[in-house]
Ligand binder design. Structure first.
Ligand SMILES: Cc1cc2nc3c(=O)[nH]c(=O)nc-3n(C[C@H](O)[C@H](O)[C@H](O)COP(=O)(O)OP(=O)(O)OC[C@H]3O[C@@H](n4cnc5c(N)ncnc54)[C@H](O)[C@@H]3O)c2cc1C
Length: 402
């Protein structure tokens, strides 16, 4: 019997990779909950920061863009840079893409992946109890399990972050209505922090954003103010963005320090242009030098901060949301067997990938966020599927297709 390829993940990257493998006639089994990061871990009412041109999931055949979905669903066509995408529309698009191109998706969790005994390939265990062998594995688990909580905040949540406790992570709030009438601190300065703050304020909370660094809370320029003399990219007009978007090939040859720095900083903390008007006047801001610690004080949570003037200050609220992002760490991908994890070449917790997104373990591939340290910041976004999926599928077909 021909062993299938296993794709673990049914977000944009897993679905796109699976569609490309299927189009090459490679048997695949695809696992995961479709679009669960978008449905379960982002707030209702959220709008995408990426433009329609940067929000299509790459497919091997035409007819599967976001605009095609709008046509099929009878929605207004979202195409220009000024069209803003509601998260509900994007979830609908992902599910439509899955039904059309990856209909055999199995809504099952992969519990473990190990090398197959006595042969090539990998043995996978599913939470249905089934064991099977795959000739290759694509890890496309995206944001799952990688929510990052800095140590100085973690101390206020000894039992872990929770929406009902003193402190939570922004990924735990599909519904911000629970904070109506309450006082809230949101830590962070990225789009997720600023949009969480706005949505909570609009739901009736009194909200303060606490951001590290002077001038850190900022918003991008609207499309009509983008500099005309720079090349266009899905993220705006700039030479650097153009290179990262269309030429990620040489990224993995840059020095490790630079690669990791760029993944954090390029397209990093900056609110979307359309959020500014809803933010200003509705959300208070404290820009501080650093957060020293967080602790509970009765039924309040207190942040001790160091101000830019050099002094200390205490900020309190009913609840603190850490919008402190995601951090790739192979150690946190506990479905990968211990032996595989120790065998993998890593750089600061992220897998080191070669051509075609293959790791140092032949047959084991990573795409999406875990590939960003090798292929650049574009891998953190949906439009990264355009570069990643055909190349990964092409490499896998050449190495394991027969
Ligand atoms: C608040 C927020 C806003 C964002 N806005 C944008 C935006 O506007 N534009 C943009 O391009 N990007 C945006 N992003 C980034 C976006 O989330 C990622 O680009 C995208 O979701 C990554 O897709 P993925 O397929 O790699 O992973 P995910 O979408 O995270 O999907 C992970 C999949 O893996 C599955 N899975 C995990 N573990 C297992 C397991 N053990 N077994 C089986 N299945 C498993 C899950 O069920 C799920 O199907 C945003 C991120 C956040 C947090």
């Amino acid at each position: 019997m021909i062993q299938p390829v296993a794709v673990i993940g049914a977000g944009p990257f897993g679905l796109s990779t699976a569609a490309h493998l299927r189009a090459r006639g490679i048997p695949v089994r695809v696992f995961g909950e479709p679009m669960v990061s978008w449905r379960g871990h982002m707030p209702d009412g959220m709008l995408l920061k990426s433009t329609p041109a940067a929000s299509s999931i790459d497919a091997p055949q035409p007819g599967h863009t976001l605009a095609d979905y709008c046509d099929a669903a009878g929605l207004r066509r979202l195409v220009t840079d000024e069209d803003i995408i509601p998260v509900e529309t994007f979830i609908g698009y992902g599910e439509w893409f899955q039904q059309k191109l990856v209909p055999e998706l199995e809504r099952v969790r992969v519990v473990s992946v190990d090398r197959a005994t006595g042969g090539s390939g990998f043995e996978l265990k599913l939470d249905s109890g089934e064991l099977f062998t795959a000739r290759a594995v694509v890890v496309a688990t995206g944001l799952s399990g990688l929510a990052h909580l800095p140590a100085e905040l973690a101390a206020a949540a000894p039992d872990g972050p929770s929406p009902t406790g003193p402190l939570s992570h922004s990924s735990q709030h599909p519904d911000l209505g629970r904070f109506s009438g309450r006082e809230l601190i949101v830590v962070g300065a990225g789009q997720s922090a600023l949009e969480t703050a706005v949505l909570a304020a609009e739901a009736g909370a009194r909200v303060r954003v606490v951001a590290r660094g002077r001038g850190r809370v900022a918003f991008g320029a609207p499309p009509w103010r983008q500099p005309r003399l720079r090349p266009e990219s899905p993220f705006g007009r700039a030479w650097s963005l153009w290179a990262f978007s269309y030429y990620p090939h040489p990224y993995r040859y840059l020095p490790a320090d630079l690669r990791h720095y760029l993944v954090r900083r390029v397209l990093g903390p900056l609110g979307a242009w359309w959020l500014r008007a809803r933010f200003e006047g509705n959300v208070q801001v404290s820009e501080v030098e650093r957060i020293v610690r967080a602790e509970t004080a009765g039924d309040r949570t207190a942040l001790t901060v160091r101000t830019h003037a050099g002094g200390g200050r205490e900020l309190t609220a009913d609840h603190v949301i850490a919008a402190t992002g995601y951090r790739v760490d192979i150690a946190a991908m506990d479905f990968l067997g211990h032996e595989l994890r120790t065998e993998l070449a890593v750089s600061r917790g992220t897998p080191r990938l070669g051509a075609g997104y293959v790791s140092s373990v032949p047959g084991l591939y990573f795409t999406g966020l875990p590939a960003a340290a090798s292929y650049g910041p574009v891998m953190r976004f949906v439009c990264g599927t355009e570069f990643a999926s055909p190349r990964l599928a092409g490499h896998l077909a050449a190495a394991h297709g027969g």
